[in-house]
Write a protein that binds this ligand. Structure first.
Ligand code: ATP
Ligand code: PRP
Length: 220
């Protein structure tokens, strides 16, 4: 936060295109070489903004540390990471939800069921609230594989179309939380750069209200 540029952490992957479209409509065009090329920092001098491209799970870390003033992160990531950031706007993009799933008709085999997930904090908190003692196993992806091969009894994962569960013969057992992407802000940046940040939030709010939900949901 050593200059007056606004630094903006954008998530790679699924959320990127929808978030970039919202930004374009709000008057902050991102150059095409961001999505097409391998560059991780793109400057938009006219807007006084600098965009970073980060892994979705890391966006709150960049914002908490203040190297990014603003960022876009899924509610799933915010719940998992519990970073010290302000969540200022629901962008209503990349909608999905967190759920517990498992194989049908499985009698509980283990005294302490094993739960595979990319979201160990969310899973731990959820089962604590349910009063169920579980062992949480952290995986990095292909979570649905774990119950199929006996690594876990159930999973906690993102569901969007439901296709991955269906094609692997898994059933959704409980819904934990609905998820959309949020605009997050570093608390110190919000004090130091309040006018610039307020303007960005106001413009994005307007775009979201105008129909951000009609942008479509990229769940490939
Ligand atoms: N079907 C979905 N599966 C996973 N995340 C989704 C889905 N639909 C929307 N999302 C949102 O997108 C974010 C994940 O984006 P993405 O899959 O690109 O990142 P990732 O999990 O780091 O990917 P990977 O590790 O596979 O590269 C989630 O945090 C969530 O908010
Ligand atoms: O309900 P669906 O539309 O099928 O989407 C849900 C699936 O998408 C995500 O996986 P992703 O494609 O990110 O791969 P990963 O297993 O490597 O995380 C998520 O972890 C589910 O597996």
């Amino acid at each position: 936060m050593s200059n007056d540029w606004i630094t903006f952490a954008m998530p790679k992957g699924r959320i990127f295109e929808e978030a970039a479209e919202l930004l374009r409509r709000a008057g902050y065009p991102l150059q095409d070489d961001f999505s097409a090329g391998r560059k991780l920092i793109v400057e938009a001098p006219d807007a006084g903004m600098k965009f970073f491209l980060s892994k979705p799970m890391d966006v709150p870390t960049y914002v908490e540390h203040g190297v990014a003033d603003i960022g876009v992160a899924g509610k799933d990531v915010l719940l998992e990471e519990q970073r010290d950031v302000y969540e200022v706007l629901d962008l209503h993009i990349s909608a999905c939800y967190l759920a517990v799933a498992g194989l049908p008709n499985r009698m509980p085999k283990r005294v302490t069921p094993k739960i595979a997930t990319k979201y160990p904090n969310i899973a731990t908190q959820y089962f604590k609230e349910q009063g169920e003692q579980v062992e949480v196993i952290r995986l990095s992806g292909s979570i649905e594989l774990a119950p199929l091969v006996g690594l876990a009894d159930r999973i906690v994962d993102i569901v969007s179309s439901g296709r991955t569960l269906k094609e692997n013969g898994l059933l959704e057992l409980e819904t934990i939380e609905s998820v959309t992407s949020r605009l997050i802000v570093n608390p110190v940046s919000y004090r130091m750069k309040d006018q610039q940040i307020d303007e960005i939030v106001a413009r994005l709010s307007m775009v979201v209200e105008e129909g951000g939900t009609l942008l479509g949901n990229h769940t490939s």
